[in-house]
Design a protein around this ligand. Structure first.
Ligand SMILES: NC(=O)C1=CN([C@@H]2O[C@H](COP(=O)(O)OP(=O)(O)OC[C@H]3O[C@@H](n4cnc5c(N)ncnc54)[C@H](OP(=O)(O)O)[C@@H]3O)[C@@H](O)[C@H]2O)C=CC1
Ligand SMILES: CCCCCCCCCCCCCCCC(=O)[C@@H](N)CO
Length: 273
């Protein structure tokens, strides 16, 4: 049941920096073929070189594709098509592209809310939407979303960021219920502050309150966070420990399975009729 990474095709958005780059390295070390997706081509090539140092056989490939995951769905769809033509169907998608901007609600431009929603939320919807059909058909697939601790708890300074990360959780949980009968698994990571270029950038404009709240927990290494993300995606344990929710989820899952069987039956009936 665990996904076999050797020979698997793993697409990592935001794979040119920080957590995403470390996820790519972790998968490459375990024998996967990698597609890196991000905007800046120099950063992509730089990351490709770094990842290739960790190869475990001479067949492995790191493919780089430059695209903005948050802008135009048809562009993202094309990128996934290109990747599948070169490296085969996507076995695992890791949605790491994202960014953080902080400030008091009244100090943030409204355009910041739009920007974070499109990069963090729509930037996870588009790639996932582009791989899901093939995953369901093949009865193979993993989709990983990267939320944040600020996606479980709304925090001072993060009105725009937290809400974009909460949105990811809703998306992931609803999608999981749809695709479970097709052996496709969805996981969500909720990392704490992690030492990355993105984190350094965020710290330049963080309000004092946000910084003090953040400093109550320690800063993680991206390698460590990436290791956990990959492990959780490969061996999917009981995703979410929510006692009451579990009861409902179980009964909703059986509705989904029943509908799936009904549909299969009526398709057979249509064919024989
Ligand atoms: N570091 C932290 O403290 C934490 C981070 N997270 C989340 O983890 C994820 C990764 O963060 P981190 O590693 O720190 O970030 P980095 O800024 O170091 O890396 C972000 C990556 O995403 C890419 N990216 C950003 N915007 C887009 C876009 N519109 N289209 C395509 N690619 C894009 C960047 O490349 P390019 O700019 O070239 O496009 C880069 O590869 C984010 O979603 C972040 O919110 C969650 C919790 C804590
Ligand atoms: C239910 C249990 C929840 C526990 C929450 C504890 C919260 C403590 C402080 C949180 C610090 C903020 C992290 C944001 C990280 C982030 O996403 C940015 N660094 C991105 O760049």
């Amino acid at each position: 049941k665990p996904l076999a990474l050797p020979g698997a095709h793993v697409v990592v958005t935001g794979g040119s920096s920080g957590i995403g780059k470390c996820v790519a390295i972790e998968c490459y070390k375990q024998g996967a073929f990698i597609t890196l997706v991000a905007r800046n081509e120099d950063k992509l090539l730089q990351a490709k070189k770094e990842i290739e140092k960790h190869s475990v056989n001479d067949k492995q490939v790191v493919l780089c594709i430059s695209v903005d995951v948050s802008q135009d769905y048809s562009q993202v769809e094309n990128v996934i098509k290109q990747a599948q033509e070169k490296l085969g169907p996507v076995d695992m998608l890791v949605n790491c592209a994202g960014m953080s901007l902080s400030g008091k609600f009244e100090d943030l431009e409204v355009s910041t809310f739009e920007r974070l929603m499109s990069v963090n939320y729509l930037g996870s919807v588009y790639p996932s939407r582009a791989v899901i059909t093939t995953m369901k058909e093949r009865r193979v697939g993993r989709i990983v979303f990267v939320s944040s601790q600020a996606g479980q708890l709304g925090l001072f300074g993060f009105t725009a960021y937290s809400s974009s990360k909460f949105a990811i959780r809703g998306l992931a949980e609803a999608l999981q219920m749809e695709v479970k009968p097709y052996n496709v698994y969805v996981t969500v990571a909720y990392p704490p502050d992690t030492d990355t270029p993105g984190f350094a950038e965020e710290n330049k404009t963080k309000p004092l309150e946000t910084r003090l709240i953040s400093e109550t927990t320690s800063v993680c290494k991206p390698e460590q966070v990436a290791k956990q993300i990959v492990k959780d995606a490969i061996v999917v344990t009981m995703g979410l420990f929510r006692t009451i929710a579990l009861f409902y989820i179980g009964s909703f899952d059986s509705i989904v399975r029943r509908c799936m069987m009904q549909r299969a039956k009526s398709e057979i009936a249509d064919k024989t009729a």
